[in-house]
Design a protein around this ligand. Structure first.
Ligand code: 8YV
Length: 313
């Protein structure tokens, strides 16, 4: 039986690339010096496109693949994929939600505790032998505090469960309240920011949420408030955040995501009241393998049933 021809946009986990190459006639687009010329000549050969949340797929790429039947993406975010272009052609988009909820929520809690208790900052302090001169300054308690979650979706709900174990009082803001959840809904983001000690951003990225966390929201969070972001850099006005951190308008920030990854602004790197992770929330062996398995599963299921297992709707 001839194998389905699949185009790979951007690099994936080595084990996933290997498995894709075993099961499909896989072509890595990133190996092409002139991808436009390649697509003009060979675009019509591909039935499948495999990509990631990071790299996505532009409308131009999807247009260049006239025989495309399915997209399978590694990641829960899909703001980098030209959804409208695919949906207009009834091309299902497989993606990998849920399997990463636990690790992303763990990272959110890690950032929250780190920034409040000064773990990374005090680690630097200890290594620089400053403890020999004086004890590390007092930090901020986490347990029992108020947690505001922006975007109480799949990941947000797991963060809320984790935070319950820290006896935190939890409220949230979404586009609309979810009556099935046992947490208090704040109708405005400003009210949530004003109420909470910790504001955790767990909403989706994309145009709809761009700069949701504005200068005014940071002001509402206030000089004793901490911000944590495990969603997308675009949700926060990064310039306003840097100014707020520099001027101590908020107490601190724990970030896993940025506007222009992998570039982190120098001004942010210079700040001791920010904990900066290199977008690693889902990056454990276990979770990345589960995401890779779902990428494969989505493709296999499509080629045997005509539908992906988990589709962007
Ligand atoms: C991935 C992510 O690391 O799933 C997502 O949307 O942001 C991360 O889990 C990464 O973006 C995969 O490309």
């Amino acid at each position: 039986m001839t194998k389905h021809r699949i185009l790979m946009n951007g690099r994936l986990l080595p084990a996933l690339e290997q498995q894709l190459a075993q099961d499909y006639d896989l072509h890595p687009l990133w190996k092409e010096a002139d991808s436009d010329a390649f697509l003009t000549q060979h675009g019509a050969e591909f039935e499948g496109l495999v990509t990631s949340a990071r790299v996505g797929a532009t409308a131009a790429l999807i247009k260049a693949l006239p025989a495309l039947k399915v997209i399978s993406s590694f990641g829960v975010g899909y703001e980098t994929i030209a959804i409208a272009e695919a949906q207009q052609r009834h091309i299902p988009i497989g993606y990998t939600p849920d399997v990463l909820n636990d690790c992303v929520a763990d990272t959110a809690m890690g950032l929250l505790i780190d920034v409040a208790r000064g773990m990374s900052a005090s680690d630097r302090y200890a290594r620089e032998k400053k403890w020999l001169k004086s004890p590390y300054p007092l930090t901020t308690r986490v347990s029992g505090k108020r947690l505001g979650i922006v975007g109480l979706g799949r990941i947000g709900q797991v963060i809320a469960r984790r935070a319950s174990g820290f006896d935190m009082d939890i409220r949230y803001h979404n586009r609309k309240p979810n009556p099935a959840l046992p947490y208090t809904y704040e109708a405005t983001l400003a009210a949530l920011a004003n109420w909470c000690d910790f504001l955790v951003v767990a909403s989706a990225g994309g145009a709809e949420t761009k700069h949701l966390i504005s200068r005014d929201i940071l002001k509402a969070l206030g000089p004793r408030g901490f911000l944590v972001n495990i969603s997308r850099g675009s949700v926060i006005d990064e310039v306003a955040l840097i100014e707020a951190l520099e001027q101590n308008l908020i107490a601190g920030a724990g970030l896993d995501v940025y506007d222009d990854e992998p570039n982190i602004p120098e001004r942010l790197l210079a700040l001791d009241n920010a904990v900066l992770l290199p977008h690693l929330a889902s990056a454990t062996h276990e979770t990345r393998q589960a995401m890779a398995d779902l990428v494969m599963d989505n493709l296999h299921t499509f080629f045997s049933t005509g539908q992906v297992k988990v589709a962007v709707s």
